[in-house]
Design a protein around this ligand. Structure first.
Ligand code: CAA
Length: 241
């Protein structure tokens, strides 16, 4: 059976790799993006994956976009909450705006995107939800009090929802990527990247988006029904829990 999958932040970086991987596994994929029309257009031209513009911080827009997707592709079986941003600053320099932007995009979006599909998954007795958290939600990170709080919150969300969904055939899992070779890394000063971050990764390199996409493919298979509430680390050995 062809499953319908929604991927937020699905046209760039880790999300783009996830969208492609799920399509390759036979899913009908809807890739949601926030604002970069050019990248979304190029992604659609390259992959033929349908793209939908939607700000995941806007609850009403999420609900209406998901309605449109369900009308066009069918009921949502797989949801990948991947959209995320950083606004890194040492806490003594962090502004309220930096705090709120990160919490709204990374954490509040989980409610906005998940609640509209949750009832349908419960009714149909099947669902696969994967939230892309972070190594820094597990271990904390200087300069990321906002981001680490949002990503640790995501793990709490996953563990709670996993308990609610278990009897209804819905699995809810978190993946905690380490440092991955995407646009997000461009905000990290080169000196910090080369002298602090890469030397701390035992495999000696950044991860690639496909490293994470393969984890998503594994967790969203129909046959993965016994894995729920899990936190899968994919970080090159940088942090072992
Ligand atoms: N690991 C280790 N040390 C770090 C560090 C890191 N990730 N980030 C900063 N530091 C250290 C710096 O090397 C520096 O140390 P020294 O004073 O000994 O040289 C100290 O912290 C202060 O850093 P800056 O001089 O750069 O101070 P700043 O105020 O100009 O900037 C900062 C601070 C905004 C945190 C900046 O250093 C930065 O962006 N660091 C990267 C933070 C980071 O790791 N972000 C993760 C981005 S990727 C991501 O978020 C995806 C994911 O899920 C993993």
């Amino acid at each position: 059976m062809s499953r319908v999958a929604v991927v937020t932040g699905g046209t760039r970086g880790i999300g783009a790799a996830i969208s492609k991987q799920l399509k390759a596994k036979g899913a009908k994929v809807a890739a949601i993006y926030a604002g970069n029309d050019e990248a979304a257009k190029a992604f659609n031209a390259e992959t033929a994956i349908q793209v939908y513009k939607c700000d995941v911080t806007n609850a009403e827009l999420c609900a209406s976009t998901l309605k449109t997707i369900e009308a066009e592709l069918g009921p949502v079986d797989i949801l990948i909450n991947n959209a995320g941003i950083t606004r890194d600053a040492m806490f003594h320099k962090m502004t309220l705006q930096q705090w709120q932007e990160v919490l709204n995009t990374n954490l509040n979006s989980l409610f906005n995107m998940t609640q509209p599909v949750w009832g349908g998954m419960r009714d149909r007795g099947f669902g696969r939800i994967v939230c892309i958290s972070s190594i820094n939600g597990q271990k904390g990170q200087m300069g990321q009090a906002n981001y680490a709080a949002s990503k640790a919150g995501e793990i709490g969300f996953v563990k709670s929802l996993a308990q609610e969904g278990a009897a209804k055939g819905i699995t809810v899992n978190a993946i905690c990527p380490g440092y991955i070779n995407t646009d997000m890394m461009k905000a990290v000063p080169e000196k910090v990247l080369n002298e602090r971050i890469i030397p701390a990764i035992p495999v000696g390199r950044l991860g690639e988006p496909e490293d994470i996409a393969r984890c998503v493919a594994f967790l969203t298979r129909d046959s993965a029904g016994f894995i729920t509430g899990a936190t899968l680390s994919a970080n090159g050995g940088q942090y072992m829990v």
